[in-house]
Write a protein of this length. Structure first.
Length: 105
């Protein structure tokens, strides 16, 4: 069975915020790589493809079996995507954060 993966407005805002943060960091660095932000977004999109066929393989968050987190590797750390399996066909990504952030925004 394949699931449809939908990004909530909050998750879309998170992607934009994360992209902007990486781009600003790289612009401020004397050895900055402006392609890093694009590679990070590609890694997040690629990792979310797992949710189309195996969302239950990700770790549970709280008491619900349907709210989970996807760990996304990138560089020395990476990202975490909070998502909910809402029915037999749909997964909604609710938020995305960098692994070094204290919590979802």
């Amino acid at each position: 069975m394949n699931y449809r993966v939908v990004f909530s407005p909050q998750a879309a805002d998170d992607l934009e915020r994360l992209f902007d943060h990486i781009l600003e960091r790289e612009l401020a660095s004397p050895t900055g790589d402006l392609d890093t932000a694009e590679r990070a977004m590609a890694s997040i999109r690629q990792a979310c493809q797992l949710l189309t066929h195996s969302p239950f393989s990700c770790r549970k968050v709280g008491l619900s079996s349907f709210v989970r987190e996807l760990i996304i590797s990138f560089g020395a750390s990476g990202y975490v995507a909070l998502f909910e399996i809402v029915d037999v066909r749909t997964v909604i990504v609710g938020a995305i954060r960098h692994q070094n952030e204290s919590d979802y925004h």
